[in-house]
Design a protein around this ligand. Structure first.
Ligand code: PFF
Ligand code: NA
Length: 449
């Protein structure tokens, strides 16, 4: 149980690693369709509030635990707890995190597989000349084909787990650092395209005109879950990365930079996608297919549109790849500290997650009528429960750990900021973030029961 010696090569490398984890399907796929299903501006406003009041402080808490412990999440938690006279059972937070990312990665891989399919389709020119209705129909036809969906899920898991097996620092980051700015650029281009459509002003007012009347407990719970999901917090995945954080770096500065970029990417894709939704007279609440249907409609008929579209889905796949590698990390770290070799751990996790992905992959075909809970398919459940319940629960436990259990000076040192800032973080986490998560979780349970 000794400390790790490795560090990310530079401050910038650490920020890029966090960005790789944060920016992914959450921003470009999940954010737009959740906003669409939860009343537009009401969801957007709550999501931003939660990122600021919960996301930032909890993200700092989570990473500082990894940084102070300089071990895998479970080892860091038990080490820091014992050191300050508390029970080593606090490490169970790490176990819960590993279970949570197991379910998240299972559907994340399936949906990333959808982007593979769309990349191949776009580059093959399949969307050229299709009407919007045909593009919508082709998405459903694709999802109803278990072979294609499972094939792409398999391909994505293979790519993810081979990098995981090779370990952090395998060169993917460098490629990613090079390519992600292109993704951001393309999103700006899409927003530019959106601005030329008739739906642009409707999209802006739908996203940004406050509409408190649309808020209910479900919207609140969904927005809170999404804030955790998009920042990659609550499951000890960033805690694992924090173990390698360079010694002299301000954690708050790094976290604020990553969170701002994450919000920006979500807003850009939201504006682009809803401009298309409103100019085509589509339903904003049409669910997980939203991005996959709108972008081909926008791009397919532009000159060179297939290349743009194919490039977009390629870059999206890259972004989700780095997020998936981060999602796998809490599981790998756990198996590694149980004595398994990294490659064996990656193989076991890869097979397990692949199997767990199958019911999601089949939720639009053979299992479409299987609705285990409240009329929801397996896919609906696995994309909501781990995110909306278990990420906030993990996050609040991590925040309690960092502010009440571990040694205060240890925490402040790992935060690497001025005393005023450290005290501010402690106060906000203890008296705002922690109570807020607990209140939202309890009132939504209350509401269900
Ligand atoms: N933050 C990622 C996204 O927005 O796509 C998803 C994610 C990564 C969630 C890592 C949770 C996690 F631990
Ligand atoms: Na994100």
């Amino acid at each position: 149980m000794s400390e790790v010696a490795e560090r990310w090569g530079s401050r910038r490398a650490f920020i890029m690693a966090m960005t790789g984890a944060a920016v992914g399907l959450g921003n470009i796929w999940r954010f737009p369709y959740m906003t669409g299903e939860n009343g537009g501006s009401a969801f957007l406003m709550l999501y931003v509030i939660f990122v600021l009041l919960l996301g930032l402080p909890v993200m700092m808490a989570e990473i500082l635990v990894g940084r102070a412990g300089r071990r895998t999440p479970m080892q860091a938690l038990s080490h820091l707890a014992l050191e300050n006279g508390h029970s080593r059972h606090w490490r169970l937070i790490g176990l819960m995190g590993a279970a949570t990312v197991f379910f998240i990665l299972s559907f994340y891989s399936v949906v990333s597989g959808w982007s593979f399919e769309y990349m191949f389709d776009a580059l093959g020119g399949n969307f050229t000349g299709m009407s919007p209705a045909e593009i919508g129909g082709s998405f459903n036809t694709f999802l109803a084909d278990p072979f294609k969906v499972i094939f792409n899920h398999t391909l994505f898991m293979l790519l993810t787990m081979s990098v995981v097996a090779a370990g952090i620092g395998s060169g993917l980051e460098k490629l990613n650092n090079l390519l992600m700015p292109l993704l951001y650029l393309l999103l700006f281009v899409l927003v530019g395209y959106g601005a030329t459509t008739s739906g642009f002003t409707t999209a802006l007012s739908w996203l940004f005109t406050p509409n408190p009347a649309a808020i209910d407990i479900t919207v609140v719970l969904n927005a809170m879950g999404h804030a955790f999901f998009t920042l990659a917090i609550g499951a000890c995945a960033l805690m694992a990365y924090g173990a390698y954080m360079p010694d002299r770096q301000s954690l708050p500065t790094a976290v604020i930079a990553v969170a701002c970029l994450d919000i920006l990417v979500a807003l850009l894709s939201g504006i682009a996608i809803f401009s298309i939704v409103f100019s085509q007279g589509m339903d904003p609440a049409s669910g997980p297919g939203l991005m996959f249907v709108t972008l081909p409609i926008a791009l397919a008929d532009l000159p060179g549109g297939n290349i743009w579209l194919g490039g977009f889905f390629l870059l999206l796949a890259m972004a989700t790849w780095t997020s998936s590698i981060n999602l796998a990390e809490p599981m790998v770290a756990m198996l590694q500290s149980a004595g398994l070799k990294r490659g064996v751990a990656a193989l076991l996790i890869g097979v397990g997650v692949w199997l767990m992905g199958l019911p999601s992959a089949l939720s639009f075909s053979s299992l479409a009528d299987w609705t285990p809970l409240e009329g929801k398919t397996f896919f609906d459940l696995v994309t909501s429960i781990p995110t909306d319940i278990f990420l906030p629960l993990g996050g609040v436990l991590i925040a309690i750990f960092a502010t009440w259990i571990m040694d205060r000076q240890r925490a402040f040192d790992a935060l690497g900021a001025s005393t005023t800032l450290c005290r501010g973080w402690l106060w906000v986490t203890r008296w705002i973030s922690i109570p807020l998560v607990i209140i939202v979780l309890i009132s939504s349970l209350w509401h269900q029961g």
